[in-house]
Write a protein that binds this ligand. Structure first.
Ligand SMILES: C[S@@+](CC[C@H](N)C(=O)[O-])C[C@H]1O[C@@H](n2cnc3c(N)ncnc32)[C@H](O)[C@@H]1O
Length: 227
């Protein structure tokens, strides 16, 4: 008998705010109209993991519709349990949904110019050269993402991995007709030039970030903007 992930059915307990592939694609282009029922900007977090960023962000930013996503079902289930408490907090002017989907297919879930900002923190680095093609952040992904973003939308990235950081800089260079780098740093916690960006990015460390900081790893960061 094929193995069925037990969390696949458990996650259905949260279907008022957790959506799988089929449900997510129903709202493509209509998240504000059909789900949030307001015109607040939609902020997207790719690879939310255990949700530390999403949870802290919600307590500090309002007038925002936050969509987190991750394709790992078990991890998403444990995050959904935490998000339930967030839902009960009924934060003013902050609403959210969580999608259990693959970020490679963003253009099945979002319509033109629907997303105002993207957070992409500590993506899986796929360190072996033969696995580099599995890295999500590459020219093809940027080309798919571009039409879904509003004019001037920013994409924020953090990573501990030197090789993936360099790779991302190269991929943005290859896409320089559609994205521009507005800041980059090899150590966001020691950054003395981009103060505003540093303050924002160091404000809410993610679960993986806390682990890397404990291991004294330097955190690299990158900000790109849609042109
Ligand atoms: C290293 S973890 C980082 C999690 C979190 N951002 C943090 O910093 O604590 C990377 C996360 O991205 C998710 N992920 C990787 N590739 C993905 C994809 N193509 N679509 C959706 N989620 C993805 C993984 O399941 C994992 O939870």
């Amino acid at each position: 008998m094929p193995f069925e992930n037990p969390y696949k059915s458990k996650i259905l307990d949260f279907q008022d705010f957790v959506f799988t592939h089929d449900q997510s694609s129903l709202y493509q282009g209509n998240w504000n109209e059909k789900i949030f029922k307001n015109t607040n900007p939609i902020k997207l977090e790719i690879g939310s993991g255990y949700g530390d960023f999403m949870m802290s962000y919600s307590k500090n930013y309002d007038h925002c519709n936050f969509i987190g996503l991750d394709f790992r079902i078990k991890r998403s289930f444990f995050l959904a349990k935490k998000l339930e408490s967030l839902k009960n907090d009924s934060l003013p002017y902050f609403d959210f949904r969580f999608l259990v989907v693959n970020a490679e297919n963003l253009n099945q879930y979002f319509g033109p110019q629907e997303i105002s900002e993207v957070f992409y923190f500590f993506p899986d680095p796929w360190p072996k050269k033969r696995h580099h093609r599995r890295r999500l952040f590459q020219k093809k992904f940027l080309m798919n993402l571009h039409p879904l973003l509003r004019e001037g939308a920013k994409v924020w990235v953090k990573t501990d991995d030197d090789s993936y950081y360099q790779w991302m800089l190269d991929e943005v260079q290859k896409s320089n007709e559609i994205f521009k780098i507005f800041f980059q740093t090899e150590n966001i916690y020691q950054e003395s030039h981009f103060i505003e960006e540093r303050n924002f990015l160091c404000q809410f460390p993610t679960k993986f970030e806390k682990l890397f900081l404990e291991q004294s790893k330097t955190i690299k960061a990158l900000g790109i903007v849609k042109i």
